[in-house]
Design a binder for this molecule. Structure first.
Ligand code: NAD
Ligand code: LMR
Length: 341
């Protein structure tokens, strides 16, 4: 049985370097594209502490990027940090990458949907994916940029056109929905949220975010269906809760960095050959009629090793899935059409 609970991010906080793995272990080059932003900086901070990262390459168009890299490079952890600013330095940043994490792009403001970001973010993700296709076609892509439901199809189409598509290597990051669900259930049950394990399926926006509460371990201590529906809606709208609270100052950044570091760590453990590495992500899929779909996956040496599907849904969850599919199909079509126009 695979378990996602109690698998802490491989972050080692050490002052003397003694706790870090050394030469016997394979280490990896990780690129953060969009590294100077609200997510990018704290994500880079967490990844600089990951024992599996030997080279952390920070790419952004923002002028501060070399400075962010110098700043992080003073931390006494083994990962080498390099900074790369602007399109002319992109290929060098990405060359040799094992994993490319993409939080590049604009975030929401109050009143906007994630789909409202499409026009700005689509070309950013397209161009980054095109560079990955050219200089690091075997890298695993982890796409944070919204709308995730459309960005993964864009990156996949770009890879396909370049003749290097490997769907097992392109992930849309839905980990923040998992993290939130675990936290909210932990609060309800009065337990450590790190011990909660729950599959998140569908996609990453509104009705496409489906927490499979009936499969939560431990079981959610809610029997009233109205309360289960309220919790589901809170998880689906948690991103909007942050956008509203930040009042024009952007969307979730710190919790997203935490979630992005968790997913990246899982990808790296899979690449290293660890067994039973399971995380949810949004990937090319034949689990439903939607050609991209999120659910638990086994991560391994070549990315997605096995799609675990979504198991048994109760009646309410089946209704949620039914509502999600048309929205996913629409989001996916928009992405595919953009990439092929
Ligand atoms: P931000 O504006 O703080 O940072 C974005 C960064 O991207 C900036 O530093 C900017 O210079 C950089 N950038 C813009 N164009 C670029 C390009 N062509 N190449 C490289 N870098 C480029 O935004 P943020 O708060 O970090 O959010 C980034 C994205 O992540 C948004 O689209 C947001 O909606 C999304 N997001 C996704 C999730 C999720 O769960 N998947 C969660 C939170 C936010
Ligand atoms: C989130 O879920 O926090 C992100 O997708 C950002 C957003 O716009 O809500």
């Amino acid at each position: 049985m695979f378990s996602r609970a109690l698998k802490p991010v491989t972050v080692v906080v050490a002052q003397n370097g003694k706790n870090f793995s050394t030469s016997s272990q394979r280490n990896f080059k990780v690129v953060v594209a969009g590294a100077s932003g609200g997510i990018g900086q704290p994500l880079a901070l967490l990844l600089k502490q990951n024992a599996l990262v030997s080279h952390l390459a920070l790419y952004d168009i923002a002028p501060v990027t070399p400075g962010v890299a110098v700043d992080l490079s003073h931390m006494n952890t083994p990962a080498k940090v390099t900074g790369h600013k602007g399109p002319e330095e992109l290929a060098n940043a990405i060359k040799g990458a094992d994993v490319v994490v993409i939080p590049a792009g604009v975030p929401r403001k109050p009143g906007m949907t994630r789909d409202d970001l499409f026009n700005t973010n689509a070309s950013i993700v397209r161009d980054l994916a095109a560079c990955v296709a050219q200089v690091a076609p075997k890298a695993i892509l982890a796409i944070i940029t919204n709308p995730v439901n459309s960005m993964v199809p864009i990156a996949s189409e770009v890879m396909k056109k370049a003749g290097v598509l490997d769907p097992k290597r392109i992930l849309g990051v839905t980990t923040l929905d998992v993290v939130r669900s675990c936290q909210f259930i932990g609060e309800i049950n009065g337990v450590d949220p790190r011990c909660v394990d729950i599959p998140l399926i569908g996609g990453h926006s509104g009705v496409t975010i489906i927490p499979v509460l009936s499969q939560s371990k431990p079981p959610v201590k809610l029997t009233d269906q109205k309360k289960i529906e309220a919790l589901t809606q809170r998880i689906q709208e948690a991103g909007t809760e942050v956008v509203k609270a930040k009042a024009g100052g952007g969307s979730a950044t710190l919790s997203m960095a935490f979630a992005g570091a968790r997913l990246t760590d899982a990808v790296l453990r899979g690449l290293k050959g660890d067994a039973n590495v399971v995380e949810c992500a949004y990937v090319a899929s034949n689990v439903t009629e939607a050609p991209y779909f999120a659910n638990p996956l086994v991560l391994g040496k070549s990315g997605v090793e096995k799609n675990l599907g979504y198991g048994t849904l109760n009646q309410y969850e089946q209704c949620l899935l039914k509502a999600a599919i048309p929205e996913l199909l629409k989001n996916i079509k928009v992405g595919v059409d953009f990439a092929n126009k």
